[in-house]
Design a protein around this ligand. Structure first.
Ligand SMILES: *[C@@H]1O[C@H](CO)[C@@H](O)[C@H](O)[C@H]1NC(C)=O
Ligand SMILES: *[C@@H]1O[C@H](CO)[C@@H](O)[C@H](O)[C@H]1NC(C)=O
Length: 294
């Protein structure tokens, strides 16, 4: 009994020493999920994208808790920002030294990012599967601009490769840049708000399935915003990115095809699609900017 307690304590101390040294327990607890839709500047620039509505039933959300460690590419990010204290986003491990996330997650950071891999719970506590990094090497796409919501992609690079395990495995990138994935079944995962409480992340990893819709259909929802480098998933049946944080993975059959970017605020509003950064549009940019795997 005593040794278990000691072990947990030392792992927790290790995590905070390696990754969270600038984060207090309070900051962990109060981390705000990164939602572009809730940014006041975003609301001014994009008044036609619906904001949160009182009359939308916040419990209409698809999705379930993931089987622990079944999404070994999933990454959790705590980002110190001036506005919110600490912001929380998702990310995806694409090789042992590189995480892909959304530009809007990291463009206002004021310090190194606490990056957790191999976690199911968030904050990760004393989970023995986790590896943590305290990372400051961030590449934001040079074309990223909040006003036009284009090129919402960034990379976080580690100096030292992450040790891979059953709980930490990089995801595959698409091999065919011309594939549009129209109609394919998608999986989004994250520690995003499970929908009921306003400002806290889900304590466990959750996931939701949906399907890719055409950019034409997506443009009907987001007039003037959707370009070929976006990819959208259906919001029907209340499935959407309320279950996946900004920056997190959109996956088809084990391949990363998107990075969660934006939706209508609270993304679970029935019928509104969620918009992602389309990975096939950035394969060259990723290969030029990622850290080599070893
Ligand atoms: C912050 O990140 C930079 C760049 O990755 C790194 O050199 C530095 O050691 C990190 N700082 C801490 C306190 O870990
Ligand atoms: C995606 O959909 C196309 C067209 O229906 C199908 O041929 C293909 O097998 C699907 N791919 C995956 C990975 O589901």
């Amino acid at each position: 009994m005593a040794s278990v307690v000691l072990l947990c304590t030392s792992i927790a101390a290790l995590v905070s020493a390696v990754a969270g040294e600038l984060l207090t327990a309070e900051q962990f607890a109060n981390a705000v999920p990164g939602h572009l839709e809730l940014d006041p500047e975003f609301r001014k620039l994009h008044p036609n994208i619906p904001g949160p509505h009182e009359d939308v039933d916040p419990f209409i959300v698809g999705g379930v808790e993931s089987i622990p460690h079944s999404r070994p590419y999933q990454v959790g990010l705590y980002i110190p920002v001036t506005t919110a204290g600490v912001s929380f986003c998702g990310g995806t491990l694409i090789n042992a030294r590189t995480v892909v996330t959304a530009a809007h997650c990291v463009d206002m950071r004021v310090g190194n990012i606490s990056v957790f891999m191999g976690a199911h719970n968030m904050p990760p506590g004393g989970d023995l599967n986790i590896v943590a990094r305290f990372a400051g090497d961030v590449v934001i796409h040079e074309g990223w601009n909040r006003a036009i919501l284009l090129h919402d992609i960034a990379l976080i690079r580690f100096e030292v490769a992450v040790p891979l395990s059953a709980s930490i495995i990089p995801i595959l990138l698409p091999r065919d840049a011309t594939h549009d994935y129209l109609g394919n079944t998608t999986l989004v995962s994250g520690w995003g708000r499970p929908s009921d409480s306003v400002n806290t992340i889900s304590p466990v990893l959750r996931e939701v399935t949906s399907s890719v819709i055409s950019n034409y259909a997506c443009r009907l929802a987001y007039t003037g915003i959707i370009e070929s480098s976006h990819i959208c998933i259906s919001g029907s049946h209340g499935r959407g990115t309320c279950n996946g944080d900004s920056g997190g993975p959109l996956v088809v059959n084990g391949v990363l095809i998107g990075v969660v970017s934006f939706g209508s605020a609270f993304g679970c509003e029935v019928g509104w699609p969620s918009a992602m950064t389309r990975i096939t549009s950035y394969l060259d940019w990723i290969s030029e900017n990622q850290a080599p795997a070893e």
